[in-house]
Design a protein around this ligand. Structure first.
Ligand SMILES: [Zn+2]
Length: 137
């Protein structure tokens, strides 16, 4: 992999998310008081403001709720990837997660398309959760 690929910054708040991704598991914080998982990752539940949280495994399936198609590379690494798509996927559990879209032409992408998470090992520290269309079902 190219060294100039932009990668996420791992912090104490999001470290469990990236540790699970390395094991090809998708986890998000979930509230122990109201029961809801949420994203973006934060120190309190955005629904009831409880700080009693756990990390919960997500099934990794959902539907496209929004997407953008990039025709311009804002980082040099993406120049030969153009055009590429980034989708917001509403997981079956509720939270909406952003990720690159693989395995489908950007022009064929559509709101409501069923997606599943796929993991790309990029470095020894970073594995990126991304999405691809569900082939069957
Ligand atoms: Zn809550």
């Amino acid at each position: 992999m190219s060294n100039d690929r932009p990668l996420p910054i791992i912090t104490n708040d999001n470290r469990p998310f990236w540790a699970a991704a390395r094991e090809h598991r998708l986890v998000l914080p979930a509230c122990l008081d109201c029961g809801k998982p949420f994203f973006p990752i934060g120190p309190v539940c955005p629904f009831c403001f409880s700080a009693h949280l756990e990390w919960r495994r997500m099934a990794g399936r959902g539907t496209v709720s929004s997407f953008v198609i990039y025709h311009q590379a804002f980082f040099a690494w993406f120049k030969d990837k153009l055009p590429y798509a980034v989708a917001q996927v509403e997981l079956e559990e509720g939270p909406r997660l952003n990720g690159n879209v693989l395995g489908v032409s950007p022009s064929a992408l559509a709101i409501g398309m069923r997606m599943e998470v796929v993991f790309e090992d990029v470095t020894s520290e970073v594995t990126l959760p991304q999405f691809r269309p569900v082939v069957a079902g």
